[in-house]
Every structure is written in structure tokens, then in C-alpha cells.
Design a protein around this ligand. Sequence first.
Ligand SMILES: Cc1cc2nc3c(=O)[nH]c(=O)nc-3n(C[C@H](O)[C@H](O)[C@H](O)COP(=O)(O)OP(=O)(O)OC[C@H]3O[C@@H](n4cnc5c(N)ncnc54)[C@H](O)[C@@H]3O)c2cc1C
Length: 309
Amino acid sequence: MYDIIIIGCGTAGMTAAIYARRSGKSVLLLEAESIGGQVAVTPKVENFPGFGEISGSELADKLLDHATSLGADIELEKVTSIKKLGDRHFSVTGEYNSYECKAVIIASGAKPRHINVEGEDELVGNGVSYCAVCDGAFFKNEDVALIGDANTALIYTLQLSSLCRKVYLLTLFDRFFGEQELVDAVKQKSNVEIHHNLALTKFIKDGDSLAGLEMLNKESGDIETYAVKGCFISIGQVPDNKAFADIVNLDEKGYIIADESCCTSTEGIFVAGDCRTKKIRQLTTAASDGAIAALAANSYIDRVVRPVV
Ligand SMILES: Cc1cc2nc3c(=O)[nH]c(=O)nc-3n(C[C@H](O)[C@H](O)[C@H](O)COP(=O)(O)OP(=O)(O)OC[C@H]3O[C@@H](n4cnc5c(N)ncnc54)[C@H](O)[C@@H]3O)c2cc1C
């Protein structure tokens, strides 16, 4: 039995592992997809204190080295449920195995929001992507579109502009919502064409692959066509906490309800990072939550679980 199982190997989960190990607790990290979470697909981080500028993958590697060098175990496993085992323990079940522990920290982060236009799911891998860092290179010297208007969309546009022949930056509203510095950098790129105030009406296909986009110009009412082989969608994040809905309370958007204490509605289950209710979802707040959740889990085990075992 582990003292603490942490679900999600992103910034929040790995920070929680560092704090939990340094408190002397045994720790298992369970990761569904790839170690690092969102930071691993961030080209450049410039606001993580102490680093000035660092690539996201390097920061993810450093977090991983730190957590594992302190003795945290890691398994690649998507968690599908958490159940209570009596009053004081939990069983955490994944696709392959079940594990037992005294406390759980959910750090399952967030995933890209889908645009929900017909054909989207079938085109993923055939032209539609949510990650320019992961898939941009597949469209080298091609024309692509980026749908979005905030920081991630702007970062992805810059990334794509250095790989692709042309990038159509298509926004859903009449302005950008990202940092001015990024907006200025995008506007300086000669191969980026910006079009505002659009709505995606159709993915145009050639066989199984993407061939273009039909967009409604909300101002003129015209349908505009963009011939692109790649379409990157960057319209925000959504949590994926369905597996935990029967054990902790979620809000109407699916975030796990918790305040700065990182305690959930269930004693012994804590939450950290982008998957919880909060206003600011950033690396620093994910790391902060990881520390708070781990120390809360540590104190819960010492105070509540140990005396009765
Ligand atoms: C392109 C991009 C650029 C960004 N740039 C910056 C920036 O410059 N500065 C900044 O401060 N923030 C930035 N952010 C935001 C920042 O990356 C996130 O706020 C932060 O990484 C959240 O960390 P997290 O650990 O909460 O979640 P995540 O990083 O999302 O990690 C959650 C992990 O949990 C795993 N998981 C989910 N469900 C399960 C399950 N059921 N079982 C097992 N594992 C599961 C996921 O696979 C994932 O690895 C950026 C985000 C993106 C997408």
C-alpha cells in the first residue's frame, strides 16, 4: 500500500510528489498519456520563477528528475475510478491494475477544448490537431490554419510560422485575448494572415484528409474558404474529471470543487492544478497547488490514518 497516489504527472502532480517524498511518504504517480502534461508541449516558458527562459520539455524533464530522484514511483496508467476501502483507505483503479493508498491527490489537469463541428473527431491525425508543438512538423512548407485568439493560440501561431508556408490565424471574436507582446510578435510575421470574427461552419475533406475550412464571417455574413491541409484548434481547455465524478464534487463545468486548501468534498482526497476550480491556471499555480495538496495529504495521513492502522 502506498501512502499517497497522485493522478497525473504534470507540473501539479510532480510538485506534489516532490513535497510528499520530502515528507517521508511513499508515492505512486499514475500518468495516462505522457509525462509532463501541458508543459511538455509548451515551446518556451518565460514566467516560471528562477528560470528566465526555459523550454517546456526541459522544465518537465527537470520536474521528473526531481520527483524520481527523491524516490517517487511512476506507472503509465489511465485512472478510471477511485473507491473507498473502508473508512481510511482508497483503491485507485486504472486500465491495467488497481493500487491501494491512504490518500489520493488528483492532478489530472485539462485538455484542449474541441470545436464541435461535424467531422472533427475523424480528422484528428488527418489534418486536425490541438497541439502545434506535437504536430506542426507534419505540415512543413504547407498552408495551415490556427483557430483561436488567446496566448496558446498566439504561441502556436509563432511556432507554425517558422515551419509552414502560410498560417491563417482565424479568431472567433473581433480581437485577441492574449498578451500584447505575443500579438505584436505574430503581427510581425510576414507569412501570418489574420482574420477576425469568424465561426467554423465546415471541415472540407479530400478523402479522409482535411482539404480546407469553411468559415462564416460574422460581420459580413459571407462564407469564406481557406484551403489548408492542417487546422490547429486552440480555443481553451476543459477538465476531464468524469472518472472522479462519483467520489468528489465537480462544478457545472466539470472542475473538481476545492479552494486554496486543495481539499475536496471527500476526506483523504485532495486536488491540485488545472483540474480544480480556480481563476488562474498557470505553471506557478499548478506547482503551488501541488505543494499545498501534498502537505495537506501528509498531515491527513499523520493525523487521521496512522493512529487507526
Ligand atoms: C501551449 C501551452 C502553453 C502554455 N504556456 C504557459 C506559460 O508560458 N506559462 C504558464 O505559467 N503556463 C502556461 N500554460 C499553462 C500551464 O501549462 C498549465 O497551467 C499547467 O501545466 C497545468 O499543470 P497541471 O499539472 O495542473 O495539469 P497538466 O499539465 O494538464 O497535467 C495533467 C496530467 O494528468 C494526466 N491525466 C489526466 N487524466 C488522467 C487520468 N485519468 N489518469 C492518469 N493521468 C491522467 C494528463 O495526461 C496530464 O499529463 C500553457 C499551456 C499550454 C497548453
